[in-house]
Design a protein around this ligand. Structure first.
Ligand SMILES: [Zn+2]
Length: 460
């Protein structure tokens, strides 16, 4: 029996161990999509205790605790941080097979030097140890200790980006912290507060003006190093329309009327196409996240708002519309580099074949099937994503892992990914499916863990 989470965790063959320890482990990290707060990076936030770091905003953990029958007051309620930690420790202690078990223990090992297993019985010693170590740790130290080269945060077009500017001016911190352009609110024409949001962007009286202002904001983002955009949606829409149709839909919304579902789709298609062309012109990567049903529990949503651990996988994505949307941009040679993420793992093979249909010599893996996302971000989900990409696409050109996290401790997830990747590649080599060619294997592993992202996002 292997010891729990030893140095060869998840690595079962000599080739896998070699690739991980001698090639992957020490490579820097490019975290090209996350939700860290740039203000906390600039101010070098410190944390009072492990509950604040771990449970403060982590809805992955909240839903696991609810699944274990923990009362809400111990999750997001007014109980003490120590009480919340106890309930978390009791929950995690039995969470066999859940990625949180591995992530949390990797974090305990790497950042706090704790070699044991967290449970209700060990909660007190872990609480004491972590809180003691946290006195020495801060946002920047955690980032630097994890060998992070670049971080792409997620930002609204109306954001002033003042914290990104301040970080860039601070010569004491060498990590690139770049904004990413996420205009979901500008596309959310069906939302009740849409007009209030438009006011934040400027005095907008037409669709053409909206499009123009967003392009100006994008240029501003790019001037501060933005390399990537991001869109979150239930499914990628495609419903072409004429200019005058879109203008009249937009005027209707300005007059306070919510457009019909068909009209909403036409508006979103038109704006996404405008933005897609601009991304291409400016060399900005387009990320599309879809296949989600948000805020399923209205009861919890009323109490806590969005991102409260009440979302799920949806079955709505239409591959046909997604392909038509990409095809419309490709038609005029204006398809930007694009990364597709569906929350529904049943879409994996279809997405890899869609990206294959639009690849060109412009870049290695110009279109990407994104790293196993959210509910798929676990051992089997990663193996499925990597295997499908290898079988139907070009794994060697993959830009690899991202944290998609709000926590400064999440870099351990890159280690988790690298171990799984090396185990998978190692198994193919050991099974005679690929030669034991050191140079080629190094190129592949280094590429997926670090170099491909550096090139793809122009971060060298
Ligand atoms: Zn995200």
């Amino acid at each position: 029996m292997k010891p729990f989470l030893d140095k060869d965790f998840l690595l079962s063959t000599e080739t896998a161990k070699h690739l991980y320890h001698d090639v992957a482990a020490d490579l820097p990290i490019i975290d090209y999509h996350c939700h860290l707060d740039p203000k906390e990076i600039y101010e070098d936030r410190r944390f009072e205790n492990i509950t604040r770091v771990w449970l403060g905003g982590d809805h992955y953990k909240w839903r696991l605790m609810r699944s274990a029958g923990v009362e809400e007051r111990y999750i997001t309620g007014d109980t003490s941080d120590r009480e919340k930690f106890q309930k978390w420790a009791e929950t995690l202690g039995l969470a066999i097979g859940n990625p949180l078990y591995h992530w949390s223990h990797l974090e305990l090992r790497r950042y706090f030097g704790y070699e044991g297993a967290l449970s209700g019985d060990t909660a007190e010693e872990v609480w004491q140890l972590c809180n003691e170590k946290l006195k020495e740790l801060s946002a920047r130290k955690l980032i630097e200790n994890s060998k992070v080269k670049a971080i792409c945060t997620t930002d609204d077009p109306a954001d002033t980006l003042e914290w990104h500017q301040k970080i860039a001016e601070d010569k004491s911190f060498g990590v690139k912290v770049l904004p990413s352009f996420r205009p979901d609110k500008a596309l959310g024409i069906e939302k009740e507060d849409y007009l209030t949001y438009l006011e934040r962007l400027g005095n907008i009286r037409s669709f053409a003006q909206l499009s123009e202002i967003l392009k100006e904001r994008l240029a501003f983002f790019v001037s501060l190093g933005c390399r990537v955009s991001d869109h979150g949606m239930e499914s990628v829409p495609f419903a072409p329309s004429t200019e005058s149709e879109v203008e009249s839909i937009f005027r209707k919304r300005l007059a306070g009327v919510i457009p019909t579902a068909d009209e909403q789709k036409k508006f979103k298609t038109a704006l996404l196409l405008e933005l897609g062309r601009e991304y291409h012109r400016l060399g900005v990567v387009m990320q599309l996240h879809f296949g989600v049903i948000r805020d399923n529990s209205h009861r919890v949503f009323r109490a806590l708002g969005p991102d409260a651990g009440i979302d799920s996988i949806g079955d709505q994505p239409s591959i046909k519309e997604l392909a038509a949307f990409l095809g419309a941009l490709d038609d005029t040679g204006e398809l930007p580099k694009t990364i597709l993420y569906s929350l529904n793992p049943n879409d994996n093979a279809a997405l890899v074949t869609v990206i294959g249909a639009f690849q060109t010599g412009e870049a290695v893996g110009k279109l990407q099937h994104g790293s196993a996302w959210w509910f798929n971000d676990h051992k089997q989900g990663m193996i499925d994503q990597l295997t499908t990409l290898a079988a139907d696409g070009y794994l060697a050109g993959f830009v690899g892992m991202l944290t998609d996290s709000r926590s400064f401790l999440s870099y351990a997830r890159h280690e988790y990914f690298r171990r799984i990747l090396c185990e998978l590649i190692g198994s193919w080599v050991e099974n005679g499916e690929y030669p034991d060619d050191e140079r080629a294997l190094r190129t592949i592993v280094e590429g997926i863990c670090y170099r491909n992202a550096e090139t793809y996002f122009s971060l060298a």
